[in-house]
Design a protein around this ligand. Structure first.
Ligand code: HEM
Length: 407
């Protein structure tokens, strides 16, 4: 089978406003398309994407974090002044990935994750105390942006007084690697990446000098016992990467969850009456309107995907949004059903050796926010007529603002 072209620009405002309108007919038409705009192969079907995730020898993760388009010389010059991130996890292949992930898995211990839950609940409640005094408010600004930032920074061990500074350096990081930034935008983002990287270096050096009881110190102890197992720069890369991985992904997921539930008032009412349904509702949001809509791989040899020949070195865009709406995996996929059976088969967190390490934390955050909102503001509704906008990148999707009001 030859590979047809897909002419939609996945960075266009029209596509981002409703990717499913374009992806559903695409998936029906075939398993793989070549996107001339991106010079990438777009993979549409759930079974093919799952098989790709499970075959890291054929489908390398090396390009997962690369800028989508080549960087300008000016940008590279800025990065050369002090940004030294190499492949650590999401963009590393075995055996390096296996070694680094093993230590991270241990540090994401059940004890540490369980300890996060009451802290997230207390912080979310504090943010809501402010927000719910207003009759109308922006959920992103008041809750779903600050909460995950605060949570991942405290999990890593960053001092809370640095939160605002760190947040100010985070702006537009998704645009840098997953969008089409202008040269001026690239340079500004790169300057903040250098500042952030240098902060992570100082932070890790502090923990090496004086380890405490936090996630980063767990990694530091491995390094102090055997630096060949985990190098200092690898720990800096992990801390840098996690502070990003645990941030906008979860902001967007929580915002998508509240949006979709309020768009389906019968589902919202059911959660208010029966909070035990929240856990499955979160999984349905991950299937129906995930916050990481696409992820990347590169082929290490010529291969067939769904019967379509793809060459060696092909850059693949795995459409996780499309996979969640594949009727071969989820019957009646356009129906948002918080009681759906088998919904955990979604690919929103990946599968196989790179399966999202933060999935338990992300689930805790979304569940906690929904528990608090349904208990404290069951009369919540979307402000009608608002125009949602989405950041222009191929992977991270959620409304930039979501206006809510008390009914
Ligand atoms: C606290 C929040 C989160 C943290 C700390 C986190 C962390 C990570 C890390 C470290 C990886 C790389 C694992 C590896 O390569 O071995 C990863 C992969 C991934 N995460 Fe997350 N993540 C978070 C939230 C999310 C959310 C909310 C989503 C989407 C709904 C998501 C989707 C993914 C995907 C699609 C991958 C790639 C899997 C692959 O390459 O096969 N993550 N995450």
């Amino acid at each position: 089978m030859t590979c047809p072209a897909w002419d939609v620009d996945p960075l266009s405002a029209e596509f981002l406003a409703d990717p499913y309108a374009a992806l559903n007919p695409l998936r029906e038409a075939g398993p793989v398309f070549h996107s001339p705009v991106l010079d990438m192969w777009v993979v549409t079907r759930h079974a093919d994407i799952e098989a790709i995730f499970r075959d890291p020898a054929t489908f390398s993760a090396a390009i997962a974090q690369d800028p989508l388009h080549p960087l300008a010389d000016e940008t590279r010059a800025v990065l050369a002044t002090g940004f030294r991130a190499g492949a650590t996890m999401s963009n590393a292949d075995p055996p390096k990935h296996t070694r680094i992930r093993r230590h991270n898995l241990r540090s994401f211990s059940a004890r540490r994750i369980a300890a996060v839950e009451p802290l997230v609940r207390a912080k979310a409640a504090e943010l809501l105390d402010d927000l719910l005094t207003e009759r109308e408010f922006d959920l992103v600004e008041g809750l779903t942006f600050p909460l995950p930032a605060w949570m991942i920074f405290s999990f890593l061990g960053f001092p809370s007084e640095d939160t605002e500074l760190l947040k100010s350096w985070c702006g537009n990081r998704t645009l840098f690697s997953w969008g089409r930034p202008s040269v001026d935008e690239q340079v500004e983002i790169a300057q903040n990446m250098v500042r952030y990287w240098q902060y992570c270096e100082r932070f890790v050096d502090g923990r090496i000098a004086d380890p405490v009881d936090d996630f980063t110190s767990d990694l530091v102890r491995v390094h102090l016992a055997d630096a060949a197992e985990l190098a200092r720069d690898e720990i800096v890369g992990i801390v840098y990467g996690l502070s990003f991985a645990g941030h906008e992904t979860t902001t967007n997921l929580t915002t998508n969850a509240v949006r979709r539930l309020l768009e389906h008032p019968e589902a919202w009412k059911a959660l208010c009456a029966e909070p035990g349904l929240i856990e499955n509702a979160v999984e349905e949001v991950l299937r129906f309107d995930t916050s990481v809509i696409a992820w990347r791989r590169i082929t290490t040899r010529p291969v067939e995907i769904g019967g379509v020949a793809v060459p060696e070195g092909a850059r693949l865009l795995l459409s996780l949004a499309s996979a969640g709406h594949d009727p071969a995996a989820f019957p009646d996929p356009e129906t948002f059903d918080i009681r759906r059976e088998g919904v955990r088969d979604h690919l929103a967190f990946g599968k196989g050796i790179h399966f999202c390490l933060g999935a338990p934390l992300a689930r805790i955050e979304v569940r906690t926010v929904l528990e608090l909102l349904t208990a404290r503001a069951p009369d919540l509704e979307l402000v009608p007529g608002q125009q949602l906008t989405f950041p222009p990148n191929v992977s991270f999707r959620g409304p930039q603002s979501l206006r809510l009001r008390r009914g």
